[in-house]
Design a protein around this ligand. Structure first.
Ligand code: PLP
Length: 498
């Protein structure tokens, strides 16, 4: 730090120290750093409007720099309006500046703790990251260690090299045509949906799809039916549009049609959001009569059915149940899907399939938000789907997750059969276990303190009501990790009901 003692001839002599770290390596030119140091001191109120600055020669000597450097600094300050030069008298701090009260400033101004403007009511929140070393059974997430990352890397490289002009340019809001065609082909062959590439809008994960649907379909105050135990991120996307969420019961056969029917009798329902394949979080598969009843109610009351088909591939016993959309003759279903489970959630690739005017509206809205998707990634994924890499990976992952499900079931039965009771689910990535004799919320909290993230029913409840259930995700943990997770769960179990 170089300090200089300068005299102010227009005011009583005082010592002014220019805090200028000339020795620090800084790409900024020296004259600009001197100018910045002076303007900082003017801002801080250490140099007052009208105050005389030292002569360029004096300042150059005290800073041990060439005089021209100081002349350039003063010229810069004058151009910015901090300083004015008066013929034959020298340079003065501009008299037009407001008097700044002397304040303590950090050298570089950091972010203020609060904005200096009104933000309005709080919208959205982010979850705190888990402490390092925590095993997570919280979500129903896949094991990304299994994902064909090397193949994706090679395909991405090929897309960038061979298809550069297309994937590095602006593209179509609907998504890369090859990926749309590959998704349409997959939906037709595995899910019984007779769709083509133009019926598919590629989104960044199902989350964007749900958000766009809410923007396109809903008006503030609309009533949207949701499973009372359900998928919070979808609710948040809907709430962002100002809708009223109406809770609908869920049971062992999925959505409670009686409660939906009663709601339709009372209110005008705009849409119903459902997870029929493996209900989130209870894993119940919606029974066929309920599916048909839901479609019929939608047709009669003219509401949209938003079907979140998030884990179609992961069904272990028998064949996966076809989505509601495959039986939709009335055009009421909007299907949302994702590669988050089949491949990895970090890719952020999902899709919406809906009647053409809906797809067009969603694509238009998407253009406001994101312009288009990630074309290099979409081209690479299209290639991996055309070559069957994604499908092979999904088949392998399904076998592994089924084995993990069985391992977890056996481990829980050995150690925690007094406290936990569950149906072995025929698919999905988690167990939904009834808790006996102890408080599920207390157990979840104690488990986190022991390094295991596991969620109790309250986390999934629309009204936040406690219920004696835990959701235990197993797909992302290998057998050694599952054994450790069960040990932590056992150690953390509260001893009696609270
Ligand atoms: C019900 C449900 N829908 C969708 C998703 C996937 O969301 P995204 O595609 O935004 O990653 C998940 C993942 O946990 C989910 O549980």
């Amino acid at each position: 730090m170089v300090r200089s003692s300068l005299k102010n001839s227009d005011r009583p002599v005082r010592t002014w120290q220019l805090a200028l770290p000339l020795g620090e390596s800084d790409a900024t030119p020296l004259f600009a750093r001197i100018a910045r140091a002076l303007s900082d001191d003017i801002r801080r109120g250490r140099l007052k409007p009208g105050q005389r600055l030292p002569g360029t020669r004096t300042l150059a000597e005290s800073l041990a720099v060439h005089r021209n450097t100081v002349v350039a600094a003063f010229a810069e300050l004058e151009a910015e309006g901090w300083v004015e030069t008066r013929p034959a008298r020298g340079a003065f701090v501009s008299g037009a500046l407001p008097e700044a009260p002397p304040r303590r400033f950090a050298r570089a101004v950091g972010l203020a703790a609060r904005p200096g403007y009104d933000l309005g009511p709080a919208r959205g929140s982010c979850e705190a990251p888990l402490p390092p070393g925590t095993l997570s059974m919280a979500g129903g997430i896949p094991d990304v260690r299994l994902a064909p990352a090397a193949e994706l890397g090679r395909a991405l490289r090929r897309a960038l090299v061979r298809d550069r002009t297309r994937v590095l340019s602006y593209g179509h809001e609907l998504g890369h045509p090859r990926l749309r065609a590959a998704i349409a082909e997959m939906l037709a062959s595995t899910r019984g949906l007779a769709v083509g590439a133009d019926d598919v809008l590629v989104t960044r994960g199902s989350q964007m799809a749900l958000y766009l649907i809410a923007q396109a379909l809903f008006e503030p105050g609309d009533v949207v039916g949701v499973e009372e135990l359900g998928y919070r991120p979808a609710w948040e996307a809907f709430r962002a549009r100002g809708v009223e969420l109406a809770p609908l019961g869920v049971g062992a056969s999925g959505l409670d049609i009686e409660s939906l029917s009663a709601l339709c009798a009372r209110r005008r329902v705009r849409a119903v959001y459902v997870t029929p394949h493996h209900q989130y979080p209870t894993l119940a598969t919606m029974a066929a009569p309920r599916r048909l009843a839901l479609l019929e109610l939608a047709r009669r009351h003219r509401f949209a059915v938003i079907e979140d088909d998030y884990d179609h591939e992961f069904h272990y016993e028998g064949r996966p149940v076809l989505p509601l959309a495959s039986a939709d003759a009335a055009g009421v279903v909007i299907t949302v899907g994702t590669l988050s489970k089949i491949f990895a959630p970090g890719l952020r690739v999902g899709w919406v399939v809906a009647p053409p005017p809906v797809v067009a509206t969603l694509a238009g809205l998407r253009a406001h938000l994101d312009g288009q998707g990630d074309l290099p990634l979409e081209a690479a994924l299209a290639e991996l789907m055309e070559d069957g890499v994604v499908q092979r990976h999904a088949r392998r992952a399904r076998r592994i997750y089924q084995a993990r499900r069985d391992y977890l079931v056996a481990a829980l039965e050995r150690r925690l059969s007094d406290q936990l009771a569950f149906q072995v689910p025929s698919g999905g990535m988690a167990l939904w276990a009834r808790v006996r004799g102890v408080n599920a919320d207390a157990w979840s909290e104690a488990a986190l303190a022991r390094g295991l993230s596991v969620r109790s029913a309250r986390h999934f409840a629309l009204g936040g009501r406690s219920r004696p259930y835990l959701r235990l995700g197993y797909a992302s943990l290998n057998e050694r990790e599952l054994a450790e997770a069960v040990r932590r769960l056992w150690v953390a179990r509260p001893t009696r009901q609270r």
